[in-house]
Every structure is written in C-alpha cells, then in structure tokens.
Design a protein around this ligand. Structure first.
Ligand code: ADP
Length: 480
C-alpha cells in the first residue's frame, strides 16, 4: 500500500463516517416504516372498525324507525329514520375515503344493497302516502333480504380490517426482528471497518516508524552500518532514505575523525616527547656544562613541555571519549586500593604545597563493575584540582561510602570554593574559573569534562558542592 499517511487517515475517517451514516440511514428508514405502519393501524384500521360499528348501528336504527313508521304512520319516526340515514351516509363516505381497494370493493357491494333497501323503503312510503295497497309482506321480505346481505358485507368489512391490522402487527414484529438482526450485522461490519481497518492502517504507519526509531538508536550508539529499507508510506520512505544518506555521511565523518585522532596523537606527541628528552639530556650535561641561567631556562622548557603533553593527552582522551572510541574494560573491582594508590601518587605533589591528603573510607566497600584505570584517571583529575586550588597548608580528604544502589567517592578540599553560577559550568569543557591568584594555577579546562565523561560511561553521576572561602567537594556515584 503506497498511500501517503494523509490519504490513509482520510480513508479511515471516510470509512468510519460511512459506517456511522449507514447505520443512521438504516435507523431513519426503519423508524419511518414503523411509523407508517403504526399510523395506518391507529388512524385507518381502528377508524374503519369504529365506522363499521356506526354503520351497522345506524342501519338498525333506520330499520327500526322505518318499520315502526310504516306501521304507525308517525312522521316523527320518519324524521328519525332520515337522521339515521344521514349518519349512515356521512360515515359511509368517510369509510370510502379511508379504505384501501379491498375495502372500497366491499363498500361498493354494501352500497348496492343499501340503495336497494332505500329504494324499496321509499316505494313503500309512496304507496302509504297515496293510500295504495301493496304486498307489504313481500316488501318486508325483500328489505330484510337486502339488509341481511348488507350487514353480512359490513361484517366482512370488519373481518377484513381486523385481519389487515393483524397482518400489519405481524409486519411490525418482523420489522423489529429485522432491525435487530441488521443492527447486529452492522455492529459486526462497523467493528471490521471502524476498528480492524484503522488498526491495520495504524500498524502500517507505526511499523516503519519503529524501524526508524531502532535505527536512530543504533546511530546514537555509534553504529552507522546497514541502512533501513522502507517502501511505504512515501513520507516515511523519504525520511528513511534521508536517514540512510545521513548514515553514510556519518560513517565517512567518523572515519575521518578516527584517522585525524590517530594522526594527531602521533604528530603532536612525538615532537613534544623529543623536546622533553632533548631538554632532559641538556639538563643532565650531555651537551656540555650548563650554567645556572641555562638550567633555569631548560627547567621552564621541561615544565611547559610537560604541560603541553598533558594538554594534548587530555584533548585526545576527551575527543576519543566524545567520539565513543574510548575502550572501556569493565571488571568487578574494589575501590579502596584505587584510592590508596592515588594518595601515594599525589603525596609528593601535595607535599610541595604542604597540603595533607587524608582518606576516609566508611566500612567495607563492595566491589563494583568499573574500568579501574579510567576511574583512577577521574579520581586523579579531582585530586590534582584539589591540590592545585588549595592554599599552602590546606587539607584534601578522599572519602568513600556505600549506599543502597551506589558507591559514592568524594574529594574535598579547603580551597577557595566555587561560586554557585560557576558550579553549573565547571564540568563543561574549556570552562575555567580564574581565582584571584590565578597566576599560580594553570590548567586546560578539560579535567572535569573528562571526569564527567568517564563517570557517565559507568552509568554514574558526578556533582560538586562548594562554599566560597570554605572549600569544595566533588562527588561521583557509581552504580553497584
Ligand atoms: P583545569 O583545572 O585544567 O582548569 P578542570 O576542568 O579540571 O580544568 O576545572 C575547570 C575549572 O573548575 C577550573 O578552572 C577551576 O576554576 C574549577 N575547579 C576545579 N576544581 C576545583 C577545586 N577543587 N576548587 C576550586 N575550583 C575548582
């Protein structure tokens, strides 16, 4: 499916909208149908049954008043007869208006008998009015015959209307059953259209994104090998192609950096080492007698050369760390021997400034998974700084303690302290704070950045607490 994400989302919306619209249209249609049937039962069938009853009643009234009128010749009874006849006519007309074809057919039949009955009755009246003799019995029989047939047709009409009502009720029941089944089918269809299809489309978008995420993590971890192959959606395909291209470029840059670092470490270290050796040989008198002034100058050259070598080493170490090219050799080791070694190593430097170095190790420390050489490097940088920034006669304390999840190692000094704003920046590379007597303190601004890199690589954290004029404490915590 090579559709864009936009098209896929639009398709999902159209599908959901269509499914909901279909259900609503079906419901509207079913409600309309049920409404029509119910109306026809209430307003037509019920009314025709009522009318049928009224027609029968008014027919009996006509018969009663007519027969009595013929016997008594009372004009009031004939008036009553006419009232009943008007009622009959009015109801009859309404029934013809409401009824369907079948009803109309029955009414036509009834009308025939009714007219016949009326005709016979009027003829009889005429005989009576003109005092003619006629066969009364014969008329009575014929009228009764017509009335009997008429009442039978009205009964048929009632039965037909009742049957029509029942069949409409049956249609109603069936319509309700159909609606129930159709609703179930539609719920199933909506589930397929409205849930399964969107899920499939969403997966088709998320899957390539997950691939991209995985590849991005690999790139972040320094693995630029192997591209990702995504064919759709087009937007993500374009992104994947761009990522593959980026990977290629990063690979090139990575190689250039590796080459640069190895060339630089050789090109910078070699002449500096040669200078150091040459100056040492000159100081030792290999090149002839050395005057006091020359000795002084050679010492300065050696001192500056050492500083340069340290700087180059720090720079190369940090570059390697940042490039993820610094190899780490993790072994479960005890931290106390490392602390002791550093103290021994740093003692002569501390003595030159009359600074005491103390160790405070709280109980037995458990072994932790570390690269001992790198942790010593970090600890050395902190102790060198502590000695470097502490005034003559001060004190440096290296303490260690084990927590629940971490082993914490701190280097405290009685130096000048660090201001709050500088505390946030001291771990940035090249960030140096110059105290008032900064002439005595020269550095590279890389020591703490290296410490942070080493501790981060161990999954630990490093921080500083300090008070101006009282001293500083640098602490790093390594996971157990
Ligand atoms: P460098 O020491 O070579 O300048 P670092 O990265 O080791 O570089 O330290 C950065 C800055 O942090 C230093 O310039 C200094 O101002 C400050 N700093 C580091 N350690 C201490 C300390 N123990 N006491 C006071 N300031 C310190």
């Amino acid at each position: 499916m090579k559709l864009t994400i936009f098209s896929r989302l639009i398709i999902i919306y159209i599908i959901i909208f269509s499914a909901v619209a279909a259900i609503n249209l079906f419901a509207i249609y079913q409600f309309g149908r049920l409404n029509r049937i119910t109306n026809s039962i209430l307003k037509i069938d019920n009314r025709i049954i009522d009318i049928q009853k009224m027609l029968t009643d008014s027919l009996f009234s006509q018969m009663r008043y007519g027969e009595k009128g013929i016997l008594t010749k009372d004009p009031a009874l004939f008036d009553q007869f006419h009232v009943a006849r008007d009622t009959f006519d009015k109801n009859f007309k309404e029934a013809v208006k409401l009824g369907d074809d079948q009803t109309k057919g029955l009414l036509k039949k009834a009308e025939r008998y009714y007219k016949q009955y009326q005709f016979l009755f009027l003829e009889e009246i005429e005989y009576i009015k003109t005092n003619q003799t006629y066969n009364q019995k014969r008329y009575k029989e014929r009228k009764e015959d017509n009335l009997g047939k008429l009442i039978d047709v009205l009964r048929q009409l009632k039965e037909y209307t009742q049957e029509s009502t029942y069949s409409k009720i049956r249609i109603l029941n069936k319509a309700v059953d159909d609606s129930r089944s159709a609703s179930l089918v539609m719920i199933g269809a909506i589930f397929i259209l409205g849930v399964i299809i969107p899920v499939i489309v969403t997966i088709s978008i998320i899957k390539p994104l997950s691939l991209m995420k995985k590849k991005t993590h690999e790139i972040a971890g320094g693995n630029f090998e192997g591209g990702i192959h995504i064919t759709s959606p087009p937007e993500i395909k374009e992104l994947a192609d761009a990522l593959n291209l980026m990977c290629l470029k990063l690979k090139e840059v990575d190689k250039m950096k590796t080459d640069f670092l190895s060339v630089m470490s050789h090109e910078l270290r070699t002449p500096l080492t040669s200078i150091k050796e040459g100056a040492t040989l000159l100081l030792d008198g290999v090149g002839g007698k050395v005057t006091i002034k020359q000795k002084k100058l050679l010492s300065i050259i050696l001192q500056e050369d050492k500083r340069m070598i340290d700087q180059v080493n720090s720079l190369l170490d940090l570059s390697k760390m940042e490039a993820g090219m610094m190899p780490y050799n993790y072994i479960r080791s005890l931290i106390s021997p490392l602390i002791k070694n550093i103290i021994i190593e740093m003692e002569s430097m501390a003595q030159t400034k009359d600074i005491s170095i103390e160790e405070k190790i709280a109980g037995e420390l458990p072994p932790i998974n570390i690269d001992a050489e790198k942790i010593s490097h970090a600890l050395r940088n902190l102790v060198v700084n502590a000695i470097k920034f502490t005034h003559r006669g001060g004190c440096v304390i290296i303490s260690a303690r084990a927590g629940e999840k971490y082993v914490e190692i701190s280097v405290s000094d009685t130096g000048p302290g660090i201001s709050r704003e500088d505390m946030e920046k001291v771990f940035d590379k090249y960030h140096q704070v110059h105290p008032a007597d900064s002439n005595q303190v020269r550095g590279t601004g890389l020591g703490l950045a290296i410490v942070k890199n080493i501790i981060d690589a161990h999954g630990g954290t490093v921080w500083v607490e300090s008070k101006i004029g009282e001293g500083s404490t640098f602490t790093f915590a390594l996971p157990l």
